[in-house]
Design a protein. Structure first.
Length: 473
């Protein structure tokens, strides 16, 4: 389950855009189906295969490409000449469940199902009855590749049944990869792919979903936004929805990363850079002082020579004492310079070690483990509210965000799987009702009161945590 799966979720842009529902919710809703481009073409092809051929269509596409949405739309457009039995096999179902659902979907009385000792015989009889009425029975399986090998073999057998040389059962099996059926059913397989959105469809796709949700103004997405969304999603509808949702929330996936380690590195570089500048300045002063001393010494020697020539009674020791004072000052400068140089690390390794120590101290102050976790979230009243402040694939961004806005108190971080990667989510606060949450937000200090937020019920967060495996790190 992703961040926008539940109807309980209330993105903050609904009121701002005058929307009556979330336009990029990933729940399969018939009204949001985009009947343009490739999806519409594949829908018409599948309907043609069911009505005019004996093929078994294998709809192939990876997760998030819109297979379920397409199958839902197919059921809505099927006429009375088709009797469709739809079963979602996500997570795997056994043959007993599959048989019972087929019988119910094809209109067999539940009492007949419970009383029979041979459900396959009842199923075949029902298929023959429908065919005699010029109604084509269709088995529609979503996530068919989740079926166990034995169950898929049993389905294959049903699809081989014939009456007067014609198949009794048509079918569309949706999967992430090409299925292999047993017996003669394999010869009837017709693979149908579901390609991603192409770039010129993206604007129409987003505008369609916004319009269905009640939006009546000009598109909120600029040309730059559209280009960014397409480049990051490669046209995959589920990712397009998520990116569009984040854009409307005001969350940037392209924000520059400035980690705590970077902060320590910058601090260390600034410190040593200042010291180096001081050393260079002292070297320059020493060089100038030395040259000046030499020049003064030469001039003094000329003067002394003249004085000695004029009056040999002037003691030479006067010149010696003056030079000794200058030498003492010069030696003191050299000693100070040597002390400064001694403080500098001898090589890059020492600098790196110092930076590592500094960053370790800073990182120890704020880590994911310092904040409330899934256990705390699951203990909250399901009807209470919380604010989701951000989500990221990089947990350092979560830590930086918490430090940036000095978050304290009920700060919670949990993770789940999204697109087969660990996804980190930051929650803030626990409020008994929506009014309390809104009032609390109005009192947040600057700049926290300016960040985009997403008011969620704990019920939806708990469902998200339970809905997919949590990765502990």
């Amino acid at each position: 389950m992703t961040d926008i799966d539940s109807a309980d979720l209330e993105p903050n842009y609904l009121a701002r855009l005058a929307l009556h529902s979330a336009p990029f919710n990933t729940q399969v809703e018939a009204s949001f189906f985009y009947s343009g481009g490739q999806a519409e073409h594949r829908l018409n092809l599948l309907l043609h295969l069911l009505r005019s051929s004996r093929k078994i269509a294998n709809l192939i596409a990876e997760q998030g490409m819109g297979k379920s949405s397409l199958l839902q739309q197919l059921q809505l457009r099927a006429g009375d000449e088709l009797r469709i039995c739809f079963i979602n096999c996500e997570g795997g179902v056994d043959s007993t469940f599959l048989m019972a659902q087929c019988l119910l979907g094809l209109g067999v009385d539940s009492n007949d199902i419970r009383s029979t000792d041979d459900p396959q015989k009842v199923l075949r009889q029902r298929l023959e009855q429908l065919v005699k009425l010029a109604i084509q029975p269709i088995l529609l399986l979503d996530n068919a590749d989740d079926l166990a090998e034995g169950t898929l073999a049993e389905v294959s057998e049903w699809l081989t049944w014939q009456n007067e040389g014609k198949p009794l059962f048509g079918g569309i099996l949706a999967s992430k990869k090409l299925l292999t059926l047993s017996a003669s059913a394999q010869s009837r397989i017709q693979a149908v792919d579901l390609p991603p959105l192409v770039e010129h469809e993206l604007s129409d796709y987003l505008n369609h979903r916004l319009k269905i949700a009640g939006y009546q103004q000009a598109s909120p997405f600029t040309s730059k936004d559209l280009n960014t969304i397409f480049q990051q999603s490669s046209g995959k509808p589920s990712v397009v929805n998520q990116l569009a949702h984040q854009k409307l929330l005001g969350i940037s996936r392209q924000a520059s990363k400035f980690s705590i380690v970077d902060l320590a590195l910058t601090h260390s570089i600034a410190r040593w850079s200042g010291l180096v500048i001081v050393v260079i300045g002292l070297l320059a002063l020493l060089f100038i002082g030395k040259n000046f001393s030499q020049w003064e010494s030469d001039n003094q020697a000329d003067i002394n020579d003249n004085i000695i020539l004029q009056t040999e009674s002037v003691p030479v020791s006067t010149v010696d004492i003056s030079n000794q004072g200058k030498n003492d000052d010069e030696q003191a400068q050299r000693d100070e310079l040597a002390e400064l140089l001694a403080e500098l690390p001898s090589d890059l390794t020492e600098i790196e070690q110092l930076e590592a120590k500094t960053s370790e101290k800073l990182v120890e102050v704020h880590t994911i483990s310092d904040f409330k976790n899934e256990d705390w979230i699951l203990r909250q009243d399901k009807n209470s509210y919380t604010f989701q402040l951000m989500g990221s694939w990089d947990r350092d961004e979560i830590v930086e965000y918490i430090a940036k806005y000095a978050l304290e108190g009920n700060v919670a971080v949990f993770n789940s799987l999204r697109q087969d990667k660990v996804w980190y989510v930051l929650l803030y606060g626990s409020f008994s009702d929506k009014q309390q949450a809104i009032l609390a937000r109005s009192n947040w200090p600057e700049p926290l009161n300016t960040v985009p937020t997403w008011l969620r019920r704990f019920n939806s967060v708990q469902q998200q945590i339970k809905g997919k495996p949590v990765i502990q790190q």
